[in-house]
Design a protein around this ligand. Structure first.
Ligand code: HEC
Ligand code: HEC
Ligand code: HEC
Ligand code: HEC
Length: 120
């Protein structure tokens, strides 16, 4: 009887841990370095606010952006958003970050002042 209960507890624990692993991915906090002040980005906290694909995408065969719902192809934004990126509005990491981060903050009435993200 006791054995049955602890087995059940262990099983529940496995299912619980399994589902939290599914809900999050990648590092919990990511420090994005900037001269203006480093940005301590709460990656896992943001995963409760947005689906992976709102930030993660990749270049499809036609060169167009493909939404990556599970972030299976997650990579550094800078790998693509660098000076060889064809769209001049997105050809620096800063431009891609500011558009992604600030647009959503505006939409959700979250702060957009520089010092909210950049901490010296
Ligand atoms: C609000 C935006 C946002 C959301 C939502 C988000 N991520 Fe991320 N993720 C980032 C940023 C920004 C980085 C760091 C990219 C960089 O350093 O250029 C990152 C990095 C990662 C990395 C590490 C990539 C590398 O090569 O360093 C993985 C893995 C990852 N994310 C997986 C996920 C998964 C899985 C989800 C959904 C459960 C998710 N992310 C949701 C913004 C987001
Ligand atoms: C594998 C290449 C690749 C990676 C990695 C990548 N992007 Fe992009 N991104 C693209 C392409 C392609 C487009 C579409 C460009 C266009 O519309 O001109 C795009 C478009 C965008 C846009 C504008 C589109 C929109 O939804 O308004 C933003 C903002 C953006 N990326 C931010 C990011 C951020 C932040 C990261 C890292 C979390 C990232 N990108 C990683 C290729 C990439
Ligand atoms: C899906 C929309 C969305 C995106 C995309 C987004 N944020 Fe946020 N962010 C929020 C919301 C909502 C809050 C909560 C604001 C509050 O508590 O007033 C927040 C809070 C924060 C905070 C405060 C600490 C915390 O997490 O509670 C920082 C710093 C931050 N965001 C930075 C960023 C950066 C850097 C990016 C881009 C890599 C980003 N955010 C992208 C919606 C977003
Ligand atoms: C929502 C978060 C957020 C806000 C608000 C924000 N930034 Fe940023 N900023 C970032 C992120 C993320 C990066 C990318 C850092 C990297 O390239 O790794 C960045 C990069 C930069 C860079 C280039 C990197 C460097 O060397 O400093 C400058 C300059 C900059 N931001 C200035 C500003 C200014 C000025 C404001 C206010 C008008 C501002 N930022 C507001 C998130 C933010």
């Amino acid at each position: 009887m006791k054995k049955g209960v602890s087995l059940l507890v262990a099983l529940v624990a496995v299912v619980f841990v399994g589902s939290t692993v599914l809900a999050t991915g990648g590092p919990e906090v990511i420090v994005l370095h900037a001269k203006k002040g480093d940005v301590h980005f709460q990656h896992h906290k943001h995963q409760e606010r947005a689906k992976c694909g709102e930030c993660h995408h990749y270049k499809g065969p036609d060169g167009k952006q493909v939404i990556d719902e599970k972030a299976e192809h997650a990579q550094k934004c800078e790998n693509c958003h660098n000076k060889s990126f064809p769209n001049k509005k997105l050809n620096k990491p800063m431009k891609a970050f500011h558009k992604n981060c600030k647009d959503c903050h505006k939409k959700h009435k979250a702060p957009t002042k520089c010092s909210f993200c950049h901490k010296k």
